[in-house]
Each structure stands twice: as structure tokens, then as C-alpha cells.
Design a protein around this ligand. Structure first.
Ligand code: 26V
Length: 824
């Protein structure tokens, strides 16, 4: 009977419509006579969700039956954005839905637009995790993501009087994409003490961690549909709540109502908010609590699943691959070792061998301020048993180093997990390296740099084979097909259908058509339409009119000194000063430009906030300067996020990726922009280098000093005699200091960073190259046909940057997993 009654997916428009209406009427208890866009979104989402869930259940059953090795991707951030559109496209239901809702009186675009972004991440690292989930499912890999279910994602950015203000992002009001699993509840302990316990089988006195505070982890599951496959993987997010009931009834009954709720709140605080820092480590206790809470719950889950297979422990690494997305989940290494030795009574060496064969560690940054270091007293207090295990891991590691490199005391000091100082701190990256079998960087230059600099000693100790590169990638489903359907359709019409979305190297067929006049025209019309759409968005949100025929120059990413938005805005000021000097005749020859910025500053990052203020202030001056007459507009797009990126990315003529060489590990928006036919102005940094290699030097505008010269230049800034600022940059600084963009004091810190701050990010060294390269961009843009050739050729050569390629490399080189075979 059950089998006969099993839920079935709907097919076709009528059934879809019936499901939408049923959900609006019964699931939501709303009248269909006052169904607005929002109710229509809910109904549509719930209908699509039903089909997704059926696939999801089948996938999970099938994967369990197949009993293959699984991948677990541990990430504190999953920057998912919206789900509905992606779910419809991946399951092939979008046309059905479009027609279905249209007959009900709605536009699918309006419905899609109702959804709140799932913004559980800061930037590149979190979005990479989301792209990887899409690829894992699309390629049929049995994979789970594990993360935290933050009640508040990254804050909403508002621009008030030109300055950033932060507003909480409460996104869970209506979230049809998650399924609470109240039966998957795991007790997690903090604090407490370690006491001697009974003897184990080998006669050693056991260490017992006890008496701590207990918090419960509740699983929330999110289905992750692959594109054009039934495979629907699982993203499991943990939410914290107090263990054992909502209230302390003792306190409650004695009248201490507030006290009874306080414990509840303390527990719930753990998963309450995403830390909004990107590339900066603040070392806060709550953050460490988040990390352990999530890691412990995830490992408990993974170990429990393994135990159900009744295999011997030594087969654990044949069934389980765990990838650490940066050092944030490094405690997983310690926790698994603890489970093995304290709970499963395994000897240390046997346990450690399993642990190290299980984990892989991905490094995403070389910036010293982003490398996690936890204070020893903090860890001692919160996780006393883990600290002991870390000391043992470190001791055995240092002993092995001593055997290999006898009497090198300084080497031992350098590679120790424990860094001396007051207080002592734990270097989490070192622990991650020691506890993993592979360590990878995210672009070639970055992987080379970590081997040559921050992890050099570890290459000497472990050998070079432990270190590898997997260049990042992006999912072409969301970043081309979903964000830019017209371009995707045009490409499909030339390369023989939509197979390129599953094998992006098929784009190379496009090169045949670079000489095709009508194709080129259509190509450029699609770009213009994307610019018109962005211009409309800008008009609707800022009231500023921008000319869609001007050159759209876009830099959207987190605001950070190393990413050098300051260099961009200084360049804009320089351009403005030149335009002001010109005669009307000279002005007529200029290429009109719209400089578009977007991105959030970490709330405590004062310099980044000053840079935002300078951008908005320049906009205020330039946009209303009638003399300039539309030759230059400066726009700051408020609250840049994934769904806004989907509007912005298709609309660039040129995008900026101008980090100081050697600082941007990879960058991924660079790939998104090029895949959408935009060109790049950028430094020789991160994935820009590989993009150049793939698309050809003639198709990218490179500028600035190379990574290999950065150290020398910094040294010169600090110790060189008579360091003079680049005269063009001097002129810009003078204009700022003359108060042309508001009170000069507002920017004194920013100017000081270039002078008495020794210009750490080398703006002064790269500025004239930057300005000259922007002139080349103008020249190139005057030749629209040549520009179109560059654009098409670049897209044709972008196949390498699919996240599918990256995931296949991880699967082969690091995880040793195979895709699941599904019955036809
Ligand atoms: C670090 C920290 C430190 C502790 C507090 C919160 C926090 C949040 C995030 C991070 C990690 C920053 C590293 C990161 O996002 N790296 C970026 O990773 C991208 C994907 O690999 C890469 O494309 C970017 O170049 C890189 O900056």
C-alpha cells in the first residue's frame, strides 16, 4: 500500500497550477482571491519544492544503498542567495512554471524577486561553497555540506548620508527550503573539567571530560538539486537550542522568569549571527563556540552514519572524506581524534592515521591578519580536553620533526602549533596541515605562494606532494544560465544546445563565430540589454540616471584595502580632474563612463568605511556636475549580495580585479564577469593570471607590479630615502585635501595610509600604470567591433573556470570519490 501511495512528482502545467493553488489555499491558508506576488511566490516555491523533495528522498535512499565513499564539505559559510529560480532551472521546470503562473496572472520574474537571499556568508569563501554544492550535485557526487543555520546572515547595508550603516538581516520569516529534523538532536558540551577515570583495556587511566554546559544541536536540511540530474544532495545546517526543555522550571517557579529565559538565550546565541568579518580574525569566544558546536555536531552525525555500516574503523577513510573550508573547522581534526581515543578506545597512532587520511584542508588567504589563532587560555576554559589533545598532536609532530631535522631548535619553534607569547596562541593553519593528508590553495599563484612563504617549513617537513592546487571555479548554471538567460540561449543556439552547461569546455565552439556579423550584433545587443536592466535598477533605487551606452566599469566585492577600491576611486577622481580641464571639443572625444561600486565593509573596519564614504562623496560631486554632462557617473549600489550580483555581473563592459599582487588568493567574480562577456582590468594576481593564460593576453587589461616585487617595494616605502608619491596620485590627494569631496578630515586616515602608513598596498606604485591602462580601455572601447571580438573570444575560452572542473579535481586528487550511478 505504501509503495502505491508514494508521493509522485507533478508534470505539466495544469498539475503545477493545481499544486500552486492547493498550497496557497491549504498550506498557507490564504484565499486565492487576494493572492499577491508574495503569496504566489510561496505557492510556487512549495509546489517546486515538492518535486525537489521527492528527488531528494530518492537520492538519499539510493546513496545509502550504494554505500559509497561520501564527501563532507565543512564550511562556516554558504552564501546561497535565492533558491527558487535555481531549483526550477536545475529540475527543468522553469518553462512549465512560467506559463503556469502567467495564466494565473503573474510574471515569473516578479515571483522570483519576492525571495529573500540566504546570505549565510561574507564573500568569496562562502559563495565558493555554494557553487561547489551545485557542482557536486550536478556531477552526481554523494556529498553533504555541513554548516550553521544563522538566524541572522550577513547584515543588510544601508547608506545613510553617504556612510555605511548595518541593519540586521532576519531572513527566516518564511523559508520553504529548509526542513527541521527535530529527531536529529545532538548534545554538545562546553567548559567542564578533565578528570581521571577508569583504566582502559590497555591499563591506561582514561581521561574523562565532564561537568560542562550542554547545548543541543538541531539539524535543518536543505535540498541541493543538481542540474539535469535526479541527484539532489543535502546541506545540513545546525541550529542551537538549550538542552532539556525550554525553561529552567526551578527558576521559573520561584519567580525568576528572566533567569529561566537567560539560559535559553545563551544557548540560542551560538547560531544567532554570522560573523561579518572577511579576512580578519578577531578571536572572540562566541566564534570559537560556533566552530566547536558545528564541528562536534557534524562529526557526531558522520561517525553515527559510518557506524551503521558495521565496518571496521580502519575503513573510515574509505567511506568518508572531510574537506575543511579554511581553518574554521580545524577543531574537527581534534574532535575526531577525541572520539576515537576517548570514546571508541582506540590507540593513539591507529586513530591518528585514520584522522589524517580523512581530512583535506583548503587555504583561502595569505593575509596574516586572517590566519586564525586561538588564545590558549580561551581554549583551555572552553574545551579543556581538546587542548590536551592538541598538545599531544603537537608533541608527536615536533618529535617527528626533531628526528628528521635534528637540533634545529628554531625550526621547532617556527612550526609549533603553539606560538609563544602572552598569551600563548594556537596556530590553526598549522594544526590543519598536520591533521590533513592534502593541503590546497585556490589558484596557481596562491598555491605557489603558500608553499614559498607561510607554509614553507611544512613543505620541507612533509614534502611537496602534500601541497597541491585546485583553482577555483564558478557554477555556470547560476552565473550564466540563470543570471543571463538571453546570453545562455544565444550560446546554446550556436554550440548545439545546452550541454555546455554541464561541460563548459564546449564553449570553445563559439570561436568559430567571431567573424559572424549577425552573431556579433546579437551578442552586443544582449550586453546592452543587461546594461539597460542594471540602469533601470540604479534609477529605481538611487534616482540617478545612467547612460546604458556609456562604458560600465564595475567593481563589486567586499571593501578591503588589499582589494584597492581606493585606487579605483582615486582613478575616478583623476579622470574627473582631467575632464574638468578639457575644452568642450576635447570632451566630445571622450568615452562616457559609469563607475559602479558595491560591497560591504566589516562593521569595525574603519578604513573600509572611509573608502565607501569617499566613493559616495565623489558621486555626489560628479553626478550633478553639469559641465561633465554625463561623461562620468559614479554609483554606489547599496547592499551588494548574490541576487544583486545576478543583475550586475551580466552588465559589465569592464570589471576591476586590482588587488595588490599576491594578496587575492583567487577571486571568483573575475570568472563570472568574463563568462558573461565582460572584459577585465586587473593585476597579475590570483586567478587573473590563469584567466589571462586561457583567454589570451590580448583580451585582458593587466596593470601594476608583480607579486615578486611587492616585498622590495614595501621595504623601499619604509626605509628608502626621498620616497615621493606618484605625481598623479599627489594631484588626487590634493583635491581630496582641498575639500572637494567634503570635509578633508573625513579622509585624513585614508591619505595617511599612503604616507605615514607607508602605503602597504602599493597604490602609489601601481597608480600610473592603472591610469594608463584605463586609457587603453577607453581606446579599445571606441572600436566596438574589436571589443566584441575580445568579448566573444574570452567567453569561448572560459571552460576551465567551471566549478565542475574544480570539483572533479578535488574528487580525483584529494577525496578519491566516484560519482553515484543512478538508474536511468
Ligand atoms: C576569515 C575569517 C577570520 C575569522 C573571522 C571571520 C572570517 C571570515 C572569513 C575568513 C576567510 C577569508 C578568506 C576568504 O574569504 N578568502 C577568499 O576565498 C575566495 C574563495 O577561495 C577567494 O576567491 C578569494 O580570493 C579569497 O579572498
Amino acid at each position: 500500500t505504501w509503495r502505491k501511495l508514494a508521493a509522485a512528482e507533478f508534470t505539466g502545467k495544469e498539475q503545477f497550477q493545481k499544486e500552486v493553488v492547493r498550497h496557497v489555499e491549504t498550506t498557507l491558508a490564504r484565499s486565492i482571491y487576494n493572492c499577491d506576488d508574495n503569496a504566489a511566490y510561496s505557492g510556487t516555491a512549495l509546489a517546486i519544492r515538492d518535486n525537489l523533495v521527492i528527488k531528494w528522498n530518492k537520492t538519499q535512499q539510493h546513496q545509502t544503498l550504494q554505500d559509497q565513499k561520501r564527501v563532507y564539505y565543512l564550511s562556516l559559510e554558504f552564501l546561497m542567495g535565492r533558491t527558487l529560480d535555481n531549483a526550477m532551472l536545475n529540475t527543468g521546470l522553469k518553462d512549465t512554471a512560467r506559463e503556469g503562473v502567467s495564466e494565473l496572472g503573474f510574471r515569473i520574474e516578479d515571483i522570483i524577486d519576492q525571495e529573500h537571499d540566504a546570505a549565510l556568508g561574507n564573500g568569496g569563501l562562502g559563495r565558493l561553497a555554494a557553487c561547489f554544492l551545485d557542482s557536486l550535485a550536478t556531477l552526481n557526487y554523494p556529498a553533504w555540506g555541513y554548516g550553521l543555520r544563522y538566524r541572522y546572515g550577513i547584515f543588510k547595508q544601508e547608506i545613510i548620508n553617504g556612510f555605511q550603516a548595518e541593519v540586521p538581516d532576519y531572513w527566516l520569516d518564511f523559508n520553504p527550503w529548509e526542513f527541521p529534523r527535530h529527531d536529529v538532536a545532538i548534545d554538545i558540551m562546553f567548559y567542564g573539567t578533565v578528570n581521571p577515570g577508569p583504566r582502559d583495556d590497555r591499563g591506561n587511566i582514561k581521561k574523562v571530560w565532564e561537568g560542562g554546559e550542554i547545548v543541543q544541536a538541531i539539524a535543518y536540511d536543505v535540498p541541493i538539486p543538481g542540474y539535469g540530474t535526479a541527484c539532489t544532495n543535502n546541506l545540513r545546517l545546525w541550529s542551537s537550542k538549550p538542552s532539556g526543555g525550554e525553561f529552567d522550571f526551578g527558576k521559573f517557579n520561584s519567580g525568576d522568569y528572566e533567569g529561566s529565559i537567560r539560559d535559553q538565550q545563551r544557548a540560542e546565541t551560538i547560531s544567532a549571527v554570522l560573523y561579518p568579518n572577511d579576512n580578519i580574525d578577531a578571536g572572540k569566544e562566541l566564534r570559537l563556540k560556533q566552530q566547536y558546536f558545528w564541528v562536534a555536531a557534524s562529526l557526531h552525525d558522520i561517525v553515527r552514519r559510518f557506524k551503521k555500516s558495521h565496518r571496521p574503523w580502519k575503513e573510515f577513510p574509505d567511506q568518508v572524506a572531510i574537506q575543511l573550508n579554511d581553518t574554521h573547522p580545524t577543531l574537527a581534526i581534534v574532535e575526531l581524534q577525541r572520539i576515537f581515543i576517548d570514546i571508541e578506545n582506540m590507540p593513539w597512532d591507529e586513530a591518528w592515521s585514520i584522522v589524517t587520511r580523512t581530512f583535506g584542508y583548503t587555504n583561502h588567504t595569505v593575509l596574516p591578519e586572517a590566519l586564525e589563532k586561538w588564545s590558549v587560555p580561551l581554549v583551555q576554559n572552553l574545551l579543556p580536553r581538546h587542548l590536551q589533545i592538541i598538545y599531544d598532536i603537537n608533541l608527536f609532530f615536533l618529535q617527528s620533526v626533531e628526528r628528521k631535522f635534528p637540533k634545529d631548535r628554531d625550526l621547532l619553534r617556527r612550526v609549533s602549533v603553539v606560538e609563544e607569547g602572552t598569551p600563548q596562541v594556537l596556530r590553526m593553519a598549522y594544526l590543519a596541515i598536520i591533521g590533513s593528508h592534502k593541503v590546497n590553495g585556490v589558484a596557481e599563484l596562491h598555491s605557489d605562494l603558500i608553499k614559498a612563504t607561510i607554509f614553507k617549513d611544512f613543505v620541507d617537513i612533509f614534502g611537496t606532494d602534500k601541497f597541491t592546487n585546485v583553482t577555483n571555479g564558478i557554477t555556470p548554471r547560476r552565473w550564466l544560465h540563470q543570471a543571463n538567460p538571453k546570453l545562455s540561449d544565444l550560446i546554446a543556439s550556436k554550440v548545439g544546445g545546452y550541454d555546455f552547461l554541464k561541460d563548459l569546455t564546449k564553449l570553445n565552439v563559439l570561436e568559430k563565430f567571431v567573424g559572424d556579423k549577425t552573431f556579433k550584433k546579437e551578442w552586443m545587443e544582449i550586453k546592452l540589454a543587461a546594461k539597460v536592466k542594471l540602469a533601470k535598477y540604479i534609477k529605481d533605487t538611487t534616482q540617478i540616471a545612467v547612460n546604458p551606452h556609456s562604458l560600465f566599469d564595475i567593481q563589486v566585492k567586499r571593501i578591503h584595502e588589499y582589494k584597492r577600491q581606493q585606487m579605483n576611486i582615486f582613478g575616478v577622481i583623476y579622470r574627473y580632474l582631467r575632464l574638468k580641464e578639457m575644452t568642450p571639443e576635447e570632451r566630445k572625444k571622450q568615452v562616457p563612463r559609469t563607475s559602479i561600486f558595491g560591497g560591504k565593509a566589516a562593521p569595525g573596519y574603519w578604513m573600509a568605511k572611509t573608502i565607501i564614504r569617499l566613493i559616495t562623496a565623489v558621486g555626489e560631486v560628479v553626478n550633478q556636475d553639469e559641465e561633465i554632462n554625463g561623461l562620468l557617473k559614479v554609483i554606489f549600489i547599496e547592499d551588494y549580495n548574490v541576487s544583486k550580483a545576478e543583475i550586475i555581473v551580466p552588465a559589465s563592459d569592464i570589471s576591476e580585479h586590482i588587488s595588490t599582487a599576491g594578496t587575492e588568493a583567487s577571486g571568483t567574480s573575475n570568472m563570472k564577469f568574463v563568462l558573461n562577456g565582460g572584459l577585465i582590468i586587473g593585476t597579475c594576481d590570483g586567478a587573473n593570471i590563469e584567466i589571462t593564460r586561457e583567454i589570451g593576453e590580448e583580451n585582458i587589461f593587466l596593470l601594476g607590479n608583480l607579486a615578486e616585487h611587492v616585498e622590495d617595494l614595501r621595504h623601499q616605502h619604509r626605509f628608502g630615502k626621498d620616497v615621493v608619491m606618484d605625481p598623479k596620485l599627489r594631484e588626487v590627494c590634493d583635491a581630496i585635501e582641498a575639500g572637494r569631496f567634503g570635509p578633508e578630515q573625513t579622509y585624513s586616515g585614508l591619505i595617511a595610509s599612503l604616507t605615514i602608513g607607508f602605503d602597504y598596498y602599493l597604490v602609489s606604485d601601481d597608480f600610473s600604470s592603472y591610469v594608463a591602462t584605463q586609457d587603453l580601455v577607453d581606446e579599445a572601447y571606441k572600436d566596438q567591433d574589436g571589443w566584441a571580438t575580445k568579448s566573444i573570444t574570452s567567453v569561448a575560452r572560459m571552460g576551465f573556470f567551471s566549478a565542475d572542473r574544480a570539483i572533479n579535481e578535488y574528487a580525483d586528487e584529494i577525496w578519491n570519490v566516484e560519482p553515484t550511478k543512478f538508474p536511468a
